[in-house]
Design a protein around this ligand. Sequence first.
Ligand code: ADP
Ligand code: MG
Length: 450
Amino acid sequence: AWGKVRETLAKRIGKNNFTSWIEPLRWAGLRDGVARFEVPTTFFGDWVSRNYSDHILGLLNAEGHAAGRTEFFVPLNTPAAAPTPEKPARPATAKATRARSDEDLPGATLDARFTFDSFVVGKPNELAHAAARRVAEGGPVTFNPLFLYGGVGLGKTHLMHAIAHELQSRQPQLRVLYLSAEQFMYRFVQALRDKQIMDFKELFRSVDVLMVDDVQFIAGKDSTQEEFFHTFNALIDQNKQIVISADRAPGEIKDLEDRIKSRLQSGLVVDLHPTDYELRLGILQQKAEFYRQQYKGLAISTGVLEFLAHRITTNVRVLEGALTRLFAFASLVGREITLELAQDCLADILRASDRKLTIEEIQRKVAEHYNIRLSDMIGPKRLRNIARPRQVAMYFAKQLTSRSLPEIGRRFGGRDHTTIMHGVRKIEELMTTDSQLSDDLQLLRRQLQS
Ligand code: ADP
Ligand code: MG
């Protein structure tokens, strides 16, 4: 993926820029819609993020990769004085978004785009947003810790970065440390290995605000949990603000010590609900406005945005990825963004976010229709008035889901795949002659696909 994008970039941004900024990037892969790169220094990462992120994302998406965000990080074992490629004068536009004592805080870079301004508020996230705002005002510590949770791509990281940006701009002297739980663990392990655990402790206890993203990552990692717990307590005791995110509520994180769970619950716990249609449309409109400027007037109609908001309901990152790809693609091929173009260019995303029908749902609906028990679907009875509906359910399981015959067999009480195949064939055969059955199938299909 990166190889191609790199080539295109080389052609587009000029040799000097390419050599200074793109060549030093080490591709670290694409995960959960996040394109990750190793960079020599955090300053370097900030600069590339601000100036080339959209370019890179646009091209990745045009290549068919769903990338919604970039992340630049300094790998472990890079000596502090890693050579920076001929560093041009710090550009005037690059405003410092990180803590004053940048160099000694082992945090992650903040995405310059993740601000409160760019966060669209709707019913599903209004509480989380309000709580984040309050913490970002930096007044007397009220909610401590603030615990944000919710599914993938619902805006947890965005809100955390927004808090950090806001605190930093209101109080530049504040030592704000944002990092993922994964990074926390790596730093910790590194400190253990280098016998610098005292430095590690001191450092983490000296910050004013600690923000740990995706804390579920430390579940099951005992010594990291232990260290996290002590850091946490030390900061709370000093009345320092802590903000935590996770993909689920504290009580639901498995393999997390009870004392940590209860600590995490001791402040304010708020969740980000799955998006609704209005929120998705709002986010799309905002993004589209941004792209209209970026792509010099390339327009997208409300109809297309509505279509996307309806059809892509999984997570915001996928939604944004779709829009990014659409703009990049339209500008590459020099066409207008129409509904047709959207359907073409986003076929894979649209397919993947189609509602997934489960075999269980099929069994329930069919059982209901024929007025038999759900348990008879998987049970052994061979009576015609039970065996036939069961075969109908097998038929739909094969036709409307992507499950294999053995998988379907397992869900029908451990039947053999040949039994399933036989059932499916039987129905296919009968439907041509049995008009009652054919009517039943039509009705059921409509219900199942609605
Ligand atoms: P999470 O950390 O919950 O998995 P992110 O914060 O990374 O999700 O959000 C995924 C993407 O969706 C980001 O690009 C983010 O900017 C965007 N996003 C999510 N919610 C909103 C929102 N309410 N307004 C604007 N953008 C949003
Ligand atoms: Mg996140």
